[in-house]
Design a binder for this molecule. Structure first.
Ligand code: ASP
Length: 437
């Protein structure tokens, strides 16, 4: 996100003050929320609910909406600008192929790790029958509404055709990110084909648009510590810690898998493929992790991911502008791992045997659905339904896990975005750039 005159408006929490204040908001929000859950909810549940409804949820939502508001112009401008700055189509093709193969291979490897863990730890086999029935009963309504959303999605050729929007404005209005991305890619290519003076004009316009989004995000981040406090407080104070206990082994399996991604797979890729210092990388992407965890949204985290990748990791703007918007929409390693584990867990709970062939099919489905998952809170649940039904696991089974999904969503969004930054570093190194790690 570098402006036309080279001056880059800075938005993301740096390693300094703002980042620490956001972390403080996160920790205080969690602490106060858990305290309210344990001590106030049993005594004055209406007061906690009223505080959430009137204060904490609105404050969190204002922050989230300020970030969501700029996602479409940000994705459009940074992607079109990234493509236009790369200039020659051969180079674009090479970077595109590298990026996509990284996304697909790492996502498939993530599901594989998830399947190994869930088949070894077998969290679904010990779940008592009455717990299962109780969860099915409690979350039936919520599950049903997600299943209705899932029914609108389908596998098949239309999946591919629908990537091309009939109308880019309609795609933007509907939040159809793949459509917006497709249009932005072609727009960027179009700009490279223009005569020099028209090309320069469009580059300036796109840079200007990107800079304006940066300024707006800067405003949003001013209230970030309060927004994060509100988001985390409302989640923790309402959270059913009872369910957490009942589904503990499942939650532990997912969290273990996600930790393996962040502290095992990415460092290995960074060390051996990108040849950079993985621990310096993890230290520098801390603001990205905090933002992802508190917003549960790859899209809302995108501005921070771009800023930190460019400013702190040293990824050049044209690579960050190309890889990261694509990643926020298509590269969901944590989500894919979660889908794989959830599918086999629910098969264990319902006594459905999944053969090796079916589990390999789950890998394929999880990779495809992770690409199609919207980078928003809970974006993967409708697609998880699709995976379940494709291998004969009852769709209403998602009711069993919905009670812990809020927490797992926060956790899986972290590797989703850290994976994007890892890919940006890898591609930048392969293109011969020197980074700051
Ligand atoms: N919340 C996730 C993200 O934005 C998507 C999901 O797994 O639901 O990356």
């Amino acid at each position: 996100m570098t402006s036309a005159d080279g001056a880059t408006p800075s938005v993301a929490p740096s390693e300094g003050a703002l980042s620490n204040r956001i972390l403080l908001g996160l920790l205080l929000g969690a602490l106060c929320g858990i305290a309210a859950n344990l001590f106030l909810v049993p005594r004055v549940p209406e007061a906690v609910e009223a505080a959430n409804r009137w204060v904490f949820v609105p404050v969190g939502q204002i922050f989230l909406r300020m970030l969501f508001m700029v996602v479409i112009p940000l994705v459009f401008s940074s992607l079109a600008l990234g493509v236009a700055s790369l200039g020659d189509l051969k180079r674009l093709g090479r970077i595109g192929a590298r990026t996509m193969s990284f996304f697909v291979l790492v996502t498939a490897c993530s599901v594989g790790i998830g399947l190994v863990l869930v088949n070894t730890m077998r969290p679904g086999e010990g779940l008592p029958q009455e717990t299962r029935e109780k969860l099915l009963e409690t979350y039936r309504g919520e599950a049903a509404s997600r299943i209705v959303t899932a029914e609108k999605a389908e596998f098949g050729p239309s999946l591919l055709v629908n990537i091309i929007p009939k109308n880019p404005v309609e795609a933007a209005v509907k939040g159809d990110m793949l459509g917006v991305i497709f249009f932005a890619l072609l727009f960027g290519i179009g700009v490279t084909k223009l005569a020099p003076e028209k090309n320069a004009l469009w580059m300036k316009l796109l840079e200007g648009l990107a800079d304006v989004t940066v300024v707006i995000i800067g405003l949003a981040l001013k209230i970030a510590p309060f927004g994060v406090f509100g988001l985390i407080f409302s989640v923790t104070s309402r959270f059913g810690f009872d369910i957490l206990r009942q589904l503990l082994l499942f939650v532990v399996t997912v969290l273990l898998g996600l930790s393996i991604l962040v502290f095992g797979v990415y460092p290995l890729l960074l060390k051996f493929l990108a040849k950079v210092n993985p621990w310096a990388f993890l230290r520098k992407v801390r603001p990205v992790m905090i933002t992802a965890f508190s917003t549960s949204s790859s899209n809302a985290t995108l501005p921070t991911t771009i800023e930190v990748s460019e400013r702190d990791l040293g990824v050049p703007p044209q690579i960050a502008g190309f890889v990261l918007p694509l990643g926020a929409t298509m590269n969901m390693n944590g989500t894919a791992l979660f889908e794989g584990i959830s599918c086999v867990f629910l098969a264990q709970v319902f006594g459905v045997h999944l053969s090796l062939g079916q589990q390999l099919f789950v890998i394929l489905l999880a990779v495809l659905t992770a690409i199609g998952t919207a980078g928003v809170p809970g974006g993967s649940i409708p697609l998880l339904v699709l995976v379940l039904t494709s291998v004969g696991v009852p769709a209403e089974g998602i009711a069993v896990i919905i009670g812990v999904d809020r927490l797992l969503d926060m956790a899986r969004t972290v590797p989703n975005v850290v994976g994007d930054a890892t890919c940006a570093v890898y591609v930048a190194k392969k293109e011969g750039f020197t980074l700051k790690i």
